[in-house]
Design a protein around this ligand. Sequence first.
Ligand SMILES: C[S@@+](CC[C@H](N)C(=O)[O-])C[C@H]1O[C@@H](n2cnc3c(N)ncnc32)[C@H](O)[C@@H]1O
Length: 278
Amino acid sequence: MTTKQIYRLSTQKLKEAGIKSSEIDARLLICHALNISPEKFIIDSEKEISFVKIRKINNLIKKRALNIPVAYLTGEKEFFGLNFRVNKNVLIPRPETEWIVEKSIKSVKPKVDKIKVLDMGTGTGNIIISLAINSDADFFACDISADALAVAKQNAKRNNIEEKIKFYESDLFSNKKLKQKFNLIIANLPYVPKKDKDKSVKFEPVNAIFANDNGSEIIKRFLKQAPNYLQSNGTILIELDPRNANELKSFAKKYFPDQKIGLEEDLAGFLRYLVVEN
Ligand SMILES: C[S@@+](CC[C@H](N)C(=O)[O-])C[C@H]1O[C@@H](n2cnc3c(N)ncnc32)[C@H](O)[C@@H]1O
């Protein structure tokens, strides 16, 4: 069987299983199994594949047909042009989070003095690593999950940037090492209402995604604590559930009465980000 033939067959199987991204997923999984780049996938389309590789591809396609995310099958996910290791202990980075990195770079780059940046709920480390590669500051990241932190540290190492970032296990700001003032605090904490549990995500860690109080509980706790850890001219960037955007904006106003509080849209036009700044 050639690469092209197994690709057609795999795409068909995924389509029949109701996977909308059947073509992209089949290509990604075949490239992963054959350990080849997307370019090589095209060049090698008439090449015969060994029986062992065919079995490997079929196994991956079977798992994908059960809805297991591609990133968990390949063990990696691209974010902000970089490659991140992922496993079942971390949320798979989402494209909408790239906005936070872009906004952070704009906020860090013009500063003359070295500033301190904290990434709260770092997960794979995707935000802080992308930022550390693209700007200069003192970088800190924390997560309540030791397993997630292990992945983040591994990703920092992979990107040769482990010396630039300090990682701490912490429930919000509770770790004593975080008792300091930051110029920029980024928080992509769990924000999906628990009532959505059944219909959406089945494979990613629930503690990385869902929160009580219609998805707002952890963000509200964060907003209550954050004034003690933010420099007077500092900035906070939060990703949130658009359904809670206006309520969280009013909530933030209570704790940051002198700052500008704004909401920003994602590419789909949903109010996805809360910005606290001067
Ligand atoms: C939505 S994921 C975001 C992961 C990553 N920052 C990203 O953008 O893809 C939320 C992360 O917050 C962590 N988390 C949940 N509750 C927390 C808390 N109370 N304090 C610190 N981190 C928390 C979870 O373990 C998870 O890694």
